[in-house]
Design a protein around this ligand. Structure first.
Ligand SMILES: NCCC[C@H](NC(=O)CCC(=O)O)C(=O)O
Length: 445
C-alpha cells in the first residue's frame, strides 16, 4: 500500500513574538525584543502549506497552543483572575511571562517523533510527543501536544500514542528534528537515524551551548515504538557545531527516502558515522549520501541561511525538490551550491524558495515548521479530515487569521490582558473549524 509523507505544519499562533528565549539558537538571541508580526507569520506559514498541496503532496495542519499559558503561571504562584495573573507576572517575573507567551508550538518538527507503521512491531503509526525539557517555554508544550495528537489521530486501530518522556536532563527529547528515515521509499521499511547531542556517560559534549537531545531519550523512543535494532542507528551530533548554533540536527542535515544531505561537520567522527549509515542501510536503491564541504557552505552560512533546514520532498513524478527559505537565495554561496546540487547526479531536481522570515527570525525554517507523518491510505482516511489542507481550508484559515491576529507584538504588549482574550477567542473558533472538539484547557472548565 502506498505510504504518503504527510507534512503537518504548525499553524503560527496569535502571540508570535521575539523574546530571546532559546539559549544556543543564534537567531532567537539576535532578534530578541524586535517587533513581531503574528499575522504575517501565520500567513507565510499557510502560503507554504497551500503550495505543498499544489505540488501534489498531502498536507496537514496542527493548531497552535493556547498562550499565554495561565495554567503554568498559576503553578508558579501567580493567582487571582487571569488579568491579575498576567499583571503580577509582568511585574515580578517577566521572564516567566515571556516563556508562557511563546508561540513556539509552530515548530512542529519538535512536537513529536513519529514512526512509519511499516517500521513498528505492531504495524501501527507511533507518536511520542517531545518533552522539550531543555527550555521552559518549550517544555510546557508537551501536555497539549499529547491532547492535540490524540484528537487528530484518534483511531486506536492505526495509531499508538505514548506519553512524553519524563522531564529530566538525562532524557531531553526534541522530537523529529533529530530523527530522519532512510529507505527506498516511504512505502517500504526504513532505517531510522536518531541523532543526539549528548550521551550522559560520555565526556564528548558541547562547551558553550546545551545539547538538547540525549542518547537515552532517543533510545527510549525507539524502544517504545517497537523499532527493530537492525533498523535503527544512533549517531552523535558534532559538539563543535552545537557550539556554533546548530541546536538541532535538522539545522545541519536533512534526509528523505534514499537521500541524505549533510554538512561535513554534522556528525561526531563524520567518516565513521557515514560508514555506519552505509552498513545499516538496507534499501536496494542506491543511497545518495551528499556531503557538503565547508568550502562551499560554512557552518556559519548553514546557520544563517538554514540551507539544511529545507524540506526535502519527493514529488509525484518521483524526483525530489528542496524547499528552502529565501535566506538561502539571498546568500550567494548557498544559492550557488543549491543550483549546482540540482544539476548533479542525484534525485534532487529543483529548489523552491519561501519567505518564512517571521519564523526564521526565531530560528525556525521550513523543516522546523513541519512534522512528517508517514501514513498509508487507510491511516490517512482515519485522520480528522478537517485537519488536512486544501484550497478551501486555506481560504477559511486565511480569513480566520485576518480576523483575529495583530500585525505587531512588541515586548510590552505581553503585559496587556486583552491579548489573552483575543488569543482564546481565536483558538476557540479554530478548534471548531478543525472539528477537534474541546482540546484546550480553557474550553474544558
Ligand atoms: N526547530 C526550530 C525551533 C526554534 C525555537 N525557537 C524559539 O523557541 C525562539 C523563541 C523566542 O526566542 O522567542 C527553539 O529554539 O526551539
Amino acid at each position: 500500500m502506498t505510504v504518503y509523507e504527510v507534512n503537518f505544519d504548525g499553524l503560527v499562533g496569535p502571540t508570535h513574538n521575539y523574546s530571546g528565549l532559546s539559549f544556543g539558537n543564534v537567531a532567537s538571541k539576535n532578534n530578541a525584543k524586535q517587533i513581531a508580526n503574528p499575522k504575517k507569520a501565520a500567513l507565510q506559514g499557510l502560503e507554504k502549506m497551500l503550495a505543498m498541496t499544489k505540488l501534489g503532496l498531502k498536507q496537514g495542519i496542527l493548531p497552535p497552543q493556547v498562550r499565554p499559558d495561565t495554567f503554568t503561571l498559576r503553578k508558579l504562584g501567580f493567582s487571582g483572575s487571569d488579568k491579575d495573573v498576567i499583571t503580577k507576572a509582568a511585574k515580578n517575573a517577566p521572564q516567566f511571562l515571556k516563556a508562557c507567551y511563546s508561540a513556539s508550538s509552530m515548530w512542529s518538527a519538535n512536537a513529536a517523533t513519529v514512526s512509519n507503521s511499516l517500521d513498528c512491531d505492531d504495524g501501527k503509526v507511533h507518536f511520542t510527543p517531545a518533552n522539550l525539557s531543555n527550555k521552559l517555554h518549550r517544555a510546557i508544550e508537551a501536555e497539549q501536544t499529547s491532547r492535540t495528537f490524540k484528537a487528530i489521530f484518534n483511531n486506536t486501530q492505526y495509531f499508538t500514542h505514548h506519553e512524553p518522556l519524563p522531564h529530566h536532563p538525562l532524557l531531553g527529547d526534541e522530537g523529529a528534528a533529530n530523527h530522519t528515515r532512510l529507505s527506498n521509499s516511504h512505502s517500504e521499511k526504513g532505517l531510522s537515524l536518531f541523532v543526539y547531542g549528548e550521551d550522559a556517560l560520555s565526556a564528548i559534549k558541547p562547551k558553550i551551548y546545551p545539547a538538547r537531545q540525549t542518547l537515552a531519550a532517543s533510545e527510549a523512543v525507539a524502544r517504545a515504538h517497537g523499532l527493530s535494532e537492525s533498523n535503527c542507528l544512533f549517531l552523535q551530533q558534532n559538539p563543535n557545531v552545537i557550539d556554533q548554533g546548530v541546536f538541532h540536527n535538522d539545522v545541519i542535515a536533512i534526509g528523505n527516502e534514499n537521500v541524505l544531505l549533510y554538512h561535513e561537520m554534522a556528525f561526531y567522527q563524520c567518516a565513521r558515522a557515514v560508514e555506519a549509515i552505509n552498513t545499516k542501510y538496507q534499501g536496494d536503491k542506491p543511497l545518495h549520501l551528499i556531503e557538503v564541504s565547508s568550502d562551499y557552505v560554512s557552518v556559519e552560512d548553514a546557520v544563517s541561511s538554514y540551507i539544511f533546514n529545507s524540506q526535502l520532498i519527493t514529488l509525484p513524478n518521483g524526483t525530489m525538490a528542496i524547499v528552502a527559505p529565501t535566506e538561502c537565495q539571498n546568500n550567494d554561496k548557498v544559492a550557488t551550491y543549491l543550483a549546482t546540487l540540482c544539476e548533479a547526479n542525484n534525485p534532487i531536481s529543483k529548489v523552491i524558495y519561501f519567505d518564512l522570515q517571521q519564523s526564521m527570525k526565531n530560528g525556525g525554517g521550513p523543516a522546523c515548521l513541519r512534522l512528517r507523518v508517514p501514513l498509508n491510505e487507510l491511516e490517512l482516511s482515519a485522520v480528522v479530515p478537517e485537519c488536512l489542507m486544501d484550497e478551501a481550508k486555506y481560504h477559511t484559515l486565511t480569513a480566520w487569521v485576518e480576523k483575529h491576529y495583530r500585525d505587531a507584538i512588541a515586548e510590552d504588549d505581553l503585559a496587556d490582558p486583552s491579548l489573552l482574550v483575543e488569543s482564546q477567542t481565536a483558538l476557540d473558533e479554530l478548534s471548531q473549524i478543525l472539528k477537534l472538539g474541546s482540546i484546550y484547557p480553557f474550553q474544558m472548565d
